[in-house]
Design a protein around this ligand. Structure first.
Ligand SMILES: [Zn+2]
Length: 122
């Protein structure tokens, strides 16, 4: 922002503190390039908590034209994968914890995965 030019004031709402006043540098717009959903976020000047709110294209345009930075992200490709079998549970996690505490854990894990592969094939 050039010297002598007033910084725009943006009013936003913190769920704890209510309405707060911010400058464009205090906010960030994030747009998901996969589905186009957008959010803006800021650290509340009152309570210091991070606040994130879903917003629409019109608000994104106003914020960006006011000098708020924008970044893009995408949903992980794993969301499109198909998954078979039961989800892992606490017992699986404990078993894995004990497994990786051994010196030969990578060999034992490989052997166990090979056994699982044999079970699926038969
Ligand atoms: Zn707050």
């Amino acid at each position: 922002m050039a010297k002598g030019v007033a910084m725009p004031i943006i009013r936003a709402t913190c769920p704890t503190c209510g309405d707060v006043e911010l400058t464009p540098r205090d906010l960030k717009v994030m747009v998901c390039s996969t589905n186009g959903e957008a959010t803006y976020g800021f650290r509340c000047p009152g309570c210091k908590f991070l606040v994130s709110k879903k917003t629409d294209k019109q608000v994104v345009e106003v914020l960006v034209s006011s000098g708020v930075s924008m970044s893009f992200w995408r949903l992980p490709a794993e969301l499109n994968e198909s998954h078979d079998g039961e989800p892992i549970n606490y017992d699986d996690l404990i078993d894995f914890h004990y497994l990786i505490n051994s010196d030969d854990w990578i060999i034992r894990l490989r052997d166990e995965l090979n056994e699982v592969g044999k079970d699926i094939e038969s």
